[in-house]
Ligand binder design. Structure first.
Ligand code: F3S
Length: 393
């Protein structure tokens, strides 16, 4: 792989240990993928933020990197949600031991220079570079959304490779950065002919993505769906594809002449049964991926003047929360009895256990998948309208 003289010097350790580590990671990945070079990026999005996922080893590693003299992120960098609401963790019964570790992790990222929000929907809060720009995003749901909806170019980065890209401002020129790798490998055709209800909404697209992720490793071509999706639909589709497979991109309305797999009532029902283990739950969870401002608007409309009959938590970034507050949406949602959890991940947080939930109701396929596995709770999967209608008075 070609390296510029400056990149060679960084790899030799002339710019410090952290920079050397970052270049080692990129060069190793470049050699594995037989890439010809590294390329500059406009944006890095780093995962590996919740203490529940990275633990003490991750914290020690970040402390080492961030304390290395002069080490700062070289490009605009956002980070994934952390494992708790940074301001309100105490009220939400998160232990002080856990909170202390989480705050140390956050401090490392802040020292390295991150944008002021912890989010898995970074495309909601910051200016999007022009289509075709190269970025390096970890968090599969965001990376898939970036490639498929925003026209950005990124591979599905790991926590470590995205960190290396943030430190160097570069990524490996391979995979989805290259034009010819962005064409569908297989098509998934939606054929729900016997179904009365029109296909649409985040639950339907979540189930489609959950299925498609298991069937296609490369770029997924979709047929039989609208060519333009609502934000919540595209977000749910991206998140579910990322949950079950390695695909990093989809194309709506594919005309590629490749193998085509049908998604019929049977596939819909099978995937629904895999994810939904219960009829109801004692806690409602909205926001995996974190809620967008459009979703908060819809939720506030549905909840106006109503009260939840059970506990409900709503996950969003603090940046989106601020917008919701300024527009009055958060006031309506909080008046209905819901609690906002800002900057946290809905699944990789001790919150579900600390609230004593044994079963959860959610509209998110990704959330259902991880909450069952991480917290051992039963999950009732329902579309957001049903979740509200069944649980308000
Ligand atoms: Fe976001 Fe956590 Fe779900 S990072 S996509 S809320 S698993």
């Amino acid at each position: 792989m070609y390296l510029s003289p400056n990149e060679e010097r960084a790899l030799a350790g002339e710019y410090g240990e952290s920079m050397q580590m970052a270049y080692r990671v990129l060069v190793a990945l470049g050699r594995l993928s037989r890439a010809e070079k590294l390329i500059p990026i406009k944006w890095a999005h780093v995962s590996g933020v919740s203490y529940l996922t990275i633990g003490d080893y991750g914290l020690e590693f970040l402390q080492k990197v961030s304390s290395s003299k002069g080490t700062r992120f070289k490009v605009f960098t956002t980070v994934n949600p952390c494992g708790m609401d940074i301001e309100n963790w105490d009220d939400l019964k998160i232990s002080s031991d856990y909170a202390e570790k989480q705050l140390k992790i956050n401090a490392c990222y802040e020292k390295l220079g991150i944008a002021n929000s912890f989010t898995c929907v970074p495309y909601q809060s910051y200016k999007i570079p022009s289509a075709g720009s190269h970025v390096a995003w970890a968090e599969s749901s965001a990376a898939i959304y970036a490639n498929s909806i925003l026209g950005l170019r990124t591979n599905r980065e790991s926590a470590v490779s995205a960190l290396a890209s943030a430190l160097t401002g570069k990524t490996v020129f391979s995979g989805l950065h290259i034009d010819e790798n962005r064409r569908p490998e297989k098509n998934i055709r939606v054929r729900l002919e016997k179904r009365e209800k029109k296909f649409g909404g985040s639950l339907d697209y979540g189930l489609l993505g959950y299925f498609a992720g298991t069937k296609v490793e490369g770029v997924i071509g979709f047929q039989g769906v609208r060519s333009k999706l609502e934000v919540d639909e595209a977000k749910a589709l991206s998140a579910s594809i990322g949950t079950t497979g390695s695909s990093g991109m989809f194309v709506l309305g594919s005309r590629e002449k490749v193998e085509t797999i049908d998604f019929t009532e049977k596939e819909y029902e099978d995937n629904f049964s895999d994810l939904s283990s219960s009829e109801g739950g004692d806690l409602i969870v909205f926001g995996c991926p974190q809620m967008t401002i459009e979703e908060l608007y819809e939720l506030s409309r549905a909840l106006a003047g109503k009260k939840f009959k059970k506990k409900c938590v709503v996950f969003c970034s603090s940046k989106v929360y601020e917008i919701a507050r300024s527009r009055g949406y958060s006031k309506v949602i909080e008046s209905a009895g819901a609690t906002f959890v800002r900057d946290a991940c809905a699944d990789f947080t001790p919150l579900i256990s600390s609230l004593g939930a044994h079963s959860v109701e959610t509209d998110s396929c990704k959330g259902a998948h991880y909450m069952r596995r991480v917290h051992g709770v039963d999950v009732a999967l329902k579309d957001s309208r049903t979740l509200v209608e069944e649980n308000i008075a």
